[in-house]
Design a protein. Sequence first.
Length: 59
Amino acid sequence: MNLIQYFRDSRGELARVSWPTRQQVFEGTQAVLIFVVALTLIVWMLDVLFSTVIRLVLP
């Protein structure tokens, strides 16, 4: 298969892709950001907890 045919086939495949709507992209991005913030807060709280415990155990 030559290069030109490859690009034609690729373009045809991309035309058949079901692309998400702007609203779907926004909602997905929002969900990811909420998850990242929640996970960051959990890791931060665990860090504070373990730091406190280590300070109490190792004077």
